[in-house]
Design a protein around this ligand. Sequence first.
Ligand SMILES: [Zn+2]
Ligand SMILES: [Zn+2]
Ligand SMILES: [Zn+2]
Length: 292
Amino acid sequence: MTKLTFLGTGTSQGVPIIGCQCAVCKSADPKDKRLRAAALVEHDGLTILIDAGPDFRAQMLAADVRHLDAILLTHAHKDHTGGLDDVRSFNYIDKKAVEIYCEAPVLKSLRNDYAYAFEEHKYPGSPEWRVHLIDDRPFRVASSAQSGELEWVHDKGYFYRLPDGSLVPPDNAVTEAPHDAPNVIPIRGFHGQMPILGFRIGHIAYLTDFSSIPDSEFPKLRDLEHLTLNTVSYKPHHSHFSLEEALALAERIGARHTWLTHLSHTFPPYAQFCRELPPQVQPAWDGLTIHD
Ligand SMILES: [Zn+2]
Ligand SMILES: [Zn+2]
Ligand SMILES: [Zn+2]
């Protein structure tokens, strides 16, 4: 069984937007409070986070997440990667690097945005990541239950202890994700001009920040129990599906249920928005759990 919990369903600024006085931003309905888009997937004993934006810490606390096997990144925008410094908490709990799966251009952005995390001599307590490069081929996320690899040395940071007892700093290794026995199917899409990935795990597919999807990807989206699609407005948008485009795509893919995410305050409050949508398409909300 695959279970997905929406940890955030808001657009890049979240909802409410700082300073905004509109009916959605001022709504008292908890379903109108939207953190930045992210999802937690539980599948075959694995706990997988899709995207780690600026609300990562609040989302981990809200969902009471105590262990992560992997973080999959859809693309490099800050509303999807801005919380990666806070994985330090999992370094501390699990005593190991956090496994991150992303495409090469995303890694390039991370090296730029988080240069301090890739330095050879890091300041003590910098986040420890292990990056697994992916592309549009199915890949395997493995359990990272084995913990205790890293040893914290007071005032110096994390180290690996070798069999002879000596300590070496973590190596920031970048490896290619394995493709044998795959359990994640990436879905290629475009976010404006930017190539981006969505993910299918079991019978659930999660696509966010898409504005187009090549025909070649549709066979990967057959026989879905749940599909998640992004939309930010009724009007056409240069890098996101409009509502009309999302609804047309939902119909073409034909999942049993389609959930809308990355929502902005330009849509009406939750209860009213639900009434405008066909029965098989609904706005997601923070904390919603679905399974296949
Ligand atoms: Zn986004
Ligand atoms: Zn507003
Ligand atoms: Zn984006």
